[in-house]
Write a protein that binds this ligand. Structure first.
Ligand code: NAD
Ligand code: KPL
Length: 304
């Protein structure tokens, strides 16, 4: 009897996380295609060398590349690896190519984009993930897995059993399922709400948020307000302050993703981090002066 053909995996967005997950699927021997923005695909080239560096090992792969306009086969497994603000429009461009039973995993930071997609793609199986992995692109298609972390993935919509089992066993990244993925997303969101915007404001490393009374006081106001919204949303976390300070210590030398985006003059994911929290607060009729003032101060510096 012939074995069933392996289902193809598609990755939308060939940035740091897209290349990391593509390389990890390749390492497991699973067929993977990267979906690029139109201008990135040279018409004659549908194969791409992909390099993964981690600690003292380097792996080389060849992956298929395509764009939404060049897609020929229906997609049944998709991992969305764009920034939060690009996820819904990028996925909309693929809508005609999604199989009815398509399984979609969203790897965006922050919150809001996952719910918008779950609502707009209610016929598909939607999962979301939260990750502590750290990766960056040395050059296009050469990803460095700089910080080995852990990823949790779980359903945003009702889903068939075994939906993403191939990512759990024998997979080069540490991935585990989490039935209540929304709680994981909230936990990370809360930490990002306190650290990310402030590092962009002071243009500083994570650890430098603890330098001096003025910075610490601002950090503490953000923590207090974040803790209140967590509590009002049924996600109470009495250890938030300790956790935020621990992350500042443990990642003291990191330049946060938001600070990096700000330095490069790019749009940040803050609308899906502090912006999400502020929306939640206004739905609860609660003011969030420290968060609002932070976003205002950032807007004055053209950081949005
Ligand atoms: P990135 O900017 O490196 O990559 C995003 C990629 O998506 C870019 O290549 C962009 O061109 C592409 N893209 C956007 N719209 C597209 C479209 N319509 N079609 C095709 N491609 C499109 O970002 P990243 O660092 O890989 O981050 C992705 C997500 O993962 C973010 O939400 C980020 O916060 C989160 N995350 C990143 C890290 C990390 O270490 N890099 C860690 C944890 C979480
Ligand atoms: O997730 C992060 C980010 O930079 O987005 C933190 C935890 C702040 C680490 O840098």
């Amino acid at each position: 009897m012939n074995a069933l053909p392996q289902e193809k995996w598609y990755i939308l967005g060939a940035g740091s996380i897209g290349c990391l997950w593509a390389a990890s699927l390749c390492r497991k021997g699973l067929p993977v295609t990267l979906i690029l923005r139109e201008h990135r695909l040279k018409s004659e080239q549908h194969q791409q060398a992909l390099t993964l560096s981690a600690e003292d090992e380097t792996h080389h792969f060849q992956v298929n590349t395509t764009t939404s306009a060049h897609l020929k086969h229906p997609i049944s497994r998709l991992i969305v690896c764009t920034k939060a603000q690009d996820a819904l429009p990028a996925l909309e461009s693929l809508r005609p190519h999604l199989a009815n039973t398509c399984k979609i995993l969203l790897l965006q930071n922050g919150m809001g984009s996952q719910h918008a997609i779950a609502e707009n793609f209610s016929d598909q199986t939607i999962w979301a993930g939260s990750s502590t992995d750290g990766a960056y692109l040395e050059t296009p298609f050469h990803v460095v897995h700089a910080g080995k972390g852990r990823s949790w993935v779980g359903p945003m919509t009702t889903s068939p059993p075994g939906t993403f089992d191939e990512l759990l066993n024998n997979f080069p990244l540490a991935v585990e399922t989490c039935e209540h993925i929304e709680e994981k997303l909230w936990q990370k969101l809360a930490i990002n709400c306190c650290i990310n915007g402030l590092t962009a404001l002071f243009n500083c490393r994570n650890g430098e948020l603890l330098d001096g009374a003025e910075r610490q006081q601002q950090l503490e106001h953000l923590i207090e307000e974040t803790a209140l919204i967590l509590q009002q949303s049924g996600m109470e976390n009495p250890h938030l302050k300790e956790q935020v300070f621990n992350v500042c210590h443990a990642t003291a030398n990191n330049i946060s993703s938001t600070c990096q985006d700000a330095r490069l003059g790019r749009k940040t994911e803050l609308p899906f981090i502090n912006g999400f929290l502020i929306n939640r607060a206004s739905a609860l009729n609660l003011p969030l002066p420290a968060h609002q003032s932070l976003l205002q101060q950032l807007r004055e510096k053209n950081i949005e």
